[in-house]
Design a binder for this molecule. Structure first.
Ligand code: ADP
Ligand code: MG
Length: 709
């Protein structure tokens, strides 16, 4: 066992060794039941476990005098129990209270359902407690703090403990214990980054980095370990993109397109004219479609810049040329929305298209009928989710695939379609504004068009960034807007209490959708209909709730960021974001894009639970600008390379470890090294690149699935 793994747990190690492919059941203490939960978390083999990185780390700090503890932070105190320990019972809940002090101040300790502590906590006794500090009725309070022996705590202070993302039924302790075993008994993966890179960048070697990512020796080592692994992640990703680019640049188009009168007529009939930016992008797409090579184009446009109409133009041009076009959305809700708006335009402007919807929620019979229409060509615009590329779907002559709000259309997906006919043109729509310097790298395999202009008739959204004391006022404002017939979104970061980590208390101040909905119902008049939505709900239920919201049967929708993508309800005019400090600026901007989509003045209220100066300043950026690209640039600027565990942007670029904003410098570095490597040894045939080549070839071992990027 490597010395830095000296973690105090003794395994009865047989003399067996594990490999990355060894089933997780081989790990001591992991039985059938635990293995099933691991499987839900995507962990089947020992290798999966080793690649399952902590989402955070816990550092045990020196105990503080009570005088110095801070509300909202996790602190340790060494205090004497002052007076007696009381218990009371409320229904099934036993609440135990004690007041403790240390000469600098008093603190109240509250425990739930731990009646036995009454015999443990002796008046006058001194103990170490650690937990989230709250302030109630003029006094500091710790609820459910953990209790430590002096010696035990001192040992913990010398370590940094990993905290893993968990699913229900799994504990951090179980993951920690299992990972320790895996690391001790599993043969490490070979180093595959070329020696030149390792040396020039002074990267830590792979085995040491992996170990330290799970069980860091100290903070500095953790930073080095993470740096190496994030670089690796970006490096492999970019290497994959370059491979695709070569493929893309040489693929011939099997279609012949000409300009058609229907498209021109449609543009004339539209109640608005395209913005200059839309016109420019449409020209680029038209040229691509008529060219000799297959199109691979990304349309990047801020929320509300009018990307859908561009997609419809491309589909119409495809249909009038006698081909089929498909449009793929990341969620059923979004697919349905596109289908409805395309159907409506089709009828209103007599476009002569035959759109069909294909989503998982349809009955088997409906699906069968739809498959038939797709196969015989009686359907020519097919809108749906991933269901569109399933094996059962046979297209008559698919020439164009548009993907909305999901920029990665996998190689495998494209191959699936190609197997059924010609390789289609691909048009990708993204509303994620990415700073230019990063876009060049991340979209390296695509040609990029930017819609950098909003339609002129938009009323700018009114924004405010406030602290939690403003909430009451915000609720009154919501009441007023609902009374005027408008609708409201409220965003919370979590689904349920403690959803991410059952044995951590650092989430205490984070609002969750389910409890929040209950609370909000209490604050608002009962005539206001409040409902909630989150990503863990089953798809049909999600669809139903979105449908109800659209049909104005729900006034206030409390949601996680699942509504971030593409939802269009022009009657919604208020977006209130709780714990805004937990989101990246670019993401908040996306969320904001859900309002201000209609004729009414719209408002965005960002509530911050942190009164740190930097946080408020960061959020103020949103007040100053409504331009997604500017905000993304600012987001990038405000994060230094030291911001390792800062806010991550969720969404399109969900890397396992790296964050394109926080780790932008590593992303650029990786881009540079990939270019250098490929210019030297494009096919990776040199001896020093052998391990890398083998690693890339071995899909099973590969953390990045190149077939889906
Ligand atoms: P996004 O780019 O976020 O996908 P949409 O395509 O949904 O935006 O467009 C938002 C709204 O703007 C739609 O109601 C659409 O009809 C309208 N729209 C699109 N282009 C224009 C334009 N040139 N002038 C006025 N309104 C437009
Ligand atoms: Mg859209």
């Amino acid at each position: 066992m490597p010395s830095f793994l000296n973690t105090g747990i003794n395994f009865e190690a047989g003399d067996f060794m594990m490999e990355y492919g060894t089933p997780i059941l081989q790990i001591k203490g992991v039985g059938e039941k635990t293995a099933r939960i691991f499987e839900k978390m995507g962990i089947v083999t020992v290798g999966d476990l080793i690649r399952f990185y902590p989402r955070d780390y816990e550092k045990f700090e020196e105990a503080l005098p009570v005088r110095d503890v801070k509300k909202g932070e996790i602190c340790a105190v060494r205090v004497r129990i002052a007076g007696s320990v009381t218990t009371k019972k409320i229904r099934n809940l036993t609440i135990l209270n004690a007041v403790a002090a240390d000469g600098t101040g008093k603190i109240k300790l509250t425990f739930f359902n731990m009646p036995f502590l009454k015999n443990v906590l002796k008046p006058g006794g001194v103990y170490l407690f650690r937990g989230m500090i709250q302030y109630k009725d003029g006094m500091f309070v710790m609820e459910q703090p953990k209790m430590y022996k002096e010696e035990e705590y001192r040992r913990l202070m010398e370590t940094i403990q990993p905290r893993y993302p968990l699913s229900a039924g799994m504990t951090n302790h179980m993951v920690t214990k299992s990972v320790k075993q895996a690391l001790s008994f599993c043969l490490p993966e070979k180093e595959f980054l070329p020696e030149t890179i390792l040396r020039s960048e002074k990267f830590m070697d792979r085995e040491e980095a992996v170990h330290n990512l799970h069980f860091p020796k100290d903070f500095d080592t953790l930073i080095e370990a993470r740096k190496r692994m994030v670089f690796e992640e970006f490096f492999l990703f970019i290497l994959g993109l370059r491979g695709r680019k070569m493929e893309n640049d040489t693929a011939d188009s099997g279609f012949s397109y000409i300009e058609t009168a229907q498209v021109e007529r449609f543009l004339e009939k539209l109640p608005f004219s395209l913005t200059n930016a839309q016109k420019k992008v449409w020209e680029e797409i038209k040229t691509d479609l008529q060219g000799m090579r297959l199109m691979n184009r990304l349309v990047q446009g801020d929320v509300g810049s009018g990307k859908t109409i561009i997609a419809i133009l491309a589909l119409l041009m495809t249909v009038t040329n006698g081909y089929q076009g498909a449009m793929m959305a990341p969620t059923e809700v979004l697919a349905k929305q596109h289908f409805d708006s395309i159907t409506e335009m089709n009828q209103k402007y007599k476009l002569g298209m035959h759109p069909v919807l294909l989503i998982g929620a349809m009955t088997a019979k409906e699906k069968r009928e739809t498959y038939e229409m797709i196969a015989d060509g009686s359907a020519d615009v097919i809108i749906g989710t991933h269901a569109l590329i399933q094996e059962k779907v046979m297209y008559k002559n698919l020439a164009l695939v548009v993907t909305d709000e999901q920029h990665r259309f996998g190689v495998r997906q494209r191959e699936n379609l190609a197997a059924k006919g010609n390789m289609p043109h691909v048009l990708v729509m993204s509303a994620t504004p990415i700073p230019r310097t990063l876009a060049i790298i991340l979209y390296g395999d695509l040609k990029v068009s930017v819609i950098d202009e909003l339609p002129a008739d938009r009323q700018p959204i009114k924004n405010c960034v406030v602290d939690t004391s403003y909430r009451e006022k915000a609720y009154r404002f919501i009441e007023k807007e609902v009374a005027a017939g408008r609708q409201v979104y409220v965003i919370c970061p979590m689904v349920e209490e403690g959803e991410t980590d059952s044995d951590s208390s650092s989430m205490d101040n984070v609002e969750n959708v389910i409890d929040y909905t209950q609370k909000l119902k209490g604050f608002l008049p009962s005539s206001i209909r409040v409902s909630y939505l989150h990503g863990k709900m089953k798809s049909p239920l999600k669809n139903e709730i979105m449908e109800e919201f659209k049909n104005k049967n729900i006034d206030v929708l409390v949601s996680t960021t699942v509504i971030e993508v593409g939802i269009n309800v022009p009657n919604a005019t208020v977006m209130m974001v709780e714990n805004a400090e937990r989101f990246g600026l670019a993401q908040l901007h996306q969320l904001r894009g859900r309002v201000g989509r209609g004729e009414y003045q719209s408002y965005c209220i960002f509530i911050s639970s942190s009164d740190k100066k930097e946080t408020m300043e960061r959020l103020e950026t949103l007040n100053k600008s409504n331009d997604g690209f500017k905000i993304a640039e600012e987001d990038l600027r405000l994060r230094g390379p030291g911001d390792l565990f800062g806010i991550r942007q969720s969404g399109e670029f969900a890397f396992k470890l790296g964050d394109i904003y926080n780790d932008a410098h590593l992303l650029k570095k990786a881009g540079m090294w990939v270019d250098r490597l490929l210019s030297e040894d494009e096919k990776l045939i040199k001896q020093e690149h052998e391990n890398l080549r083998l690693y890339l070839e071995n899909e099973k071992w590969n953390p990045i699935d190149f077939r889906t990027i």
